[in-house]
Design a protein around this ligand. Structure first.
Ligand code: PSU
Ligand code: MN
Length: 308
């Protein structure tokens, strides 16, 4: 058992700590997308590439993961490679953090665990691919990602490309409203559809520059009160989206396969994502990576505008 009493958690890397102390821009990155959301060995390259994109955008990357029972905010190259390559690495939501720490476990952090740890470290901006949300079979399974409830409780901007169409998108937007989580379309009045640039569903607020998003973050800070996240919904560029007809066909197949094979719980999201990649000849993977790249670039811009 690792000693946790009296130890400050999470462990923040020197580079991230120094940037935060000096008011320099920092962008948090999650690790479940690396360990469970992207196929190997591509995932290891993407992990490095995302950190490089944050740096190119003038910010310090802070990838979050739990290694040997220690939550880390900011990984070195060796630690990042370990997250991408470790066999049977766990997927850790916020509720899994304490048991993982106590057990000395190693795991990748989802949006809920990443947002929690990053906000604890004082990071204001977080980039990911897609949020978890309400699953389509909610009335049978009550499967709603813990991402949503956690994001109702931490003050962090989450730059994402919406939620995947494998989820119930209208129900997810309704839950975001009910939970009091702000949603800002970036350059769009439509909530993005992750693989597709649009979902056909409207958002109430739009920002068209990183500086405008930073103004919203400062307004949140000034208003105070109970914290909540701000979803910055950034569509994948139309020229990089998945072909909508292919998307609709594969979606139907993915949902049917999931039901047929009886996949449930934490395994549902990775199963559906993997089905998409395998049945689109990799096109879903390219759209996924394009969406994440765009989010990371935008997040660096927002962190920069917020810091200045
Ligand atoms: N959506 C994606 N890619 C991902 C995930 C979601 O498009 O990799 C991951 C994120 O880490 C998210 C998690 O927080 O899945 C949600 O999982 P669940 O539905 O089990 O809460
Ligand atoms: Mn779930």
């Amino acid at each position: 058992m690792p000693k946790v009493s009296g130890e400050r958690l999470p462990a923040v890397s020197d580079e991230v700590r120094e940037a935060l102390d000096r008011g320099r821009p920092v962008v948090a990155l999650e690790s479940t997308i690396i360990a469970h959301g992207l196929p190997r060995p591509r995932n290891a390259r993407v992990a490095c590439e995302l950190e490089e994109l944050v740096r190119a955008g003038g910010a310090v990357p802070a990838t979050v993961a739990v290694l040997d029972g220690r939550p880390h905010v900011g990984l070195d190259a060796e630690q990042l490679a370990r997250v991408a390559e470790e066999k049977d690495i766990r997927k850790l939501g916020h509720r899994d953090l304490a048991p993982a720490v106590a057990a000395g476990a190693t795991g990748a952090t989802t949006v809920s665990a990443t947002a929690f740890l990053a906000a604890r470290a004082g990071i204001r901006v977080f980039a990911t691919g897609g949020l978890g949300g309400v699953h389509r079979e909610w009335s049978d399974t009550q499967d709603e990602s813990a991402d949503l409830r956690l994001l109702a409780r931490v003050r962090i901007a989450v730059v994402c490309a919406g939620v995947k169409s494998v989820l119930d998108v209208p129900a997810t937007l309704q839950r975001l409203e009910t939970l009091g989580i702000g949603v800002l379309g970036f350059g769009t009045t439509e909530f993005p559809g992750f693989y597709l640039s649009g979902s056909g569903l409207p958002v109430d607020w739009t920002a068209s520059s990183a500086a405008e998003v930073a103004d919203v973050l400062r307004a949140q800070d000034a208003l105070g009160g109970p914290p909540s996240a701000l979803i910055v919904a950034n569509p994948v560029p139309e020229e990089e989206q998945l072909d909508p007809a292919l998307h609709d066909r594969v979606l139907a197949g993915a949902l049917a396969a999931c039901a047929r094979e009886g996949v449930t719980g934490q395994a549902v999201t990775p199963f559906l994502l993997d089905h998409f990649v395998r049945h689109t000849d990799g096109a879903a993977l390219e759209a996924n990576v394009a969406a994440v790249r765009g989010n990371v670039r935008l997040a660096a811009g927002i962190a920069g505008a917020y810091a200045s």
